[in-house]
Design a protein around this ligand. Structure first.
Ligand code: FE2
Length: 371
């Protein structure tokens, strides 16, 4: 690291060992960016606010920028079959290529990550136009996934601004957490990776006894960074009688990758009723779940009838409670999906729901013949 960058890295790390402001854009690499952008707009109520492609001087791809409050997705498709993006889609199916982090100083953050042993994917570059300025670099993470380190003022200068008068918000507010599935035996490697590269700390640890059903098990560790604004749970398959959902993911995605993105809302019941009406299916929760959930949360005033009707899961920890549910797959392969979450104080991830959730996922897995 040169002297100026060393100074900036020191300054950068003076408050927090690796300051981050929050999640930046999550970039999806897909077979048809136009259709995916339209689907996210119609089904999740996201606005299409930017475009880049052959018409704007970028000849190799078509890319749309979508937002819902603080959530930013980029969906990108290749113009040619032998392009890196097309190869990625051929191997993995549509998936999340880049989980971006917003940082106060992208050059210092990149230098520090590389100094800590990260493999660079792209050196930081400055991109600017009349609407905004950005410094962006990227490093490699699990599988073929990367993390962009992004410093931005104003609008994303890579995109031509679009105004969306069609999208109708579903109340989705922010990316709450992004979950990775990694290979058997690799959990601690990736825990150590986030500790070393980004000075993350382990927030929670669930072992295979906590997360098991009659048939399958998994382990999960939650890494957090940027003073808690970034939360990245990591799942590893554990030994069970049958194939776990994590193994099914790895069989179809072919490498580790993003399993789900959790999107927050201030009113989950309204959001779920809304997105069901748009055509998104969420997992089915059997009626036996609810008497037990009511007992667990007996001190919380909730509209249980509606919660059950919408198949919403409820959990509680020392800080409060949370409501959550999960979509079925939004692409052909059983790989990535969404969680929707409303936090009423709770900081956890719904450990009390894991068994009900995984049994529900296993019913879907069994229908696919992959259990
Ligand atoms: Fe989650």
């Amino acid at each position: 690291m040169d002297a100026d960058l060393t100074l900036r890295a020191k300054e950068f790390a003076s408050q927090d060992p690796f300051p981050m402001k929050g999640f930046g854009p999550a970039e999806w690499w897909v077979g048809n960016a136009f259709m995916t952008a339209q689907a996210f707009r119609a089904l999740l109520g996201m606005q299409i606010v930017g475009y880049r492609g052959p018409e704007t001087g970028v000849s190799d791809r078509s890319s749309y920028l979508l937002v819902s409050d603080q959530i930013q997705f980029i969906v990108t498709g290749a113009q040619d079959g032998d392009h890196e993006i097309a190869e990625h889609v051929k191997l993995h199916g549509p998936g999340v290529k880049d989980v971006g982090f917003l940082v106060p100083d992208a050059k210092a953050a990149f230098a520090m990550a590389v100094d800590n042993g990260a493999l660079p994917e792209r050196s930081p570059e400055v991109i600017e136009n009349a609407d905004g300025r950005m410094v962006i670099g990227a490093i490699h993470a699990y599988g073929d996934t990367v993390h962009s380190l992004i410093e931005i003022e104003g609008a994303d200068p890579r995109f031509e601004i679009r105004t969306d008068t069609v999208a109708r918000s579903a109340g989705l507010h922010a990316i709450d957490h992004v979950v990775a599935n990694v290979e058997l035996g690799k959990m601690n490697y990736w825990v150590e990776f986030y500790e070393r590269i980004f000075a993350f700390t382990m927030l929670k640890h669930f072992d295979d006894d906590a997360i098991s059903t009659e048939y399958t098990a998994l382990m999960s560790k939650v890494m957090a960074g940027g003073s808690g604004v970034i939360k990245l749970p990591i799942n590893e398959p554990a030994h069970g009688k049958k194939k776990s959902q994590i193994e099914e993911y790895l069989d179809f995605y072919k490498t580790p990758g993003v399993q789900h993105l959790a999107l927050s809302t201030d009113d989950l019941q309204t959001t779920i009723a809304d997105i069901h009406g748009r055509g998104i299916e969420t997992i089915y929760v059997p009626s036996e779940y609810y008497p037990e959930a009511r007992e667990r949360l007996s001190d919380v005033e909730l509209d249980w009838e509606r919660i059950e009707q919408l198949s919403i899961l409820v959990d509680q920890d020392d800080d409060g409670y949370l409501l959550q549910t999960f979509t079925k797959m939004l692409q052909d392969r059983p790989t990535v999906f969404f969680e929707f979450i409303e936090r009423r104080g709770a900081t956890g991830f719904g450990i009390g729901n894991f068994k009900a959730l995984f049994e529900s996922i296993e019913r879907e897995q069994a229908k696919r013949g992959n259990l």
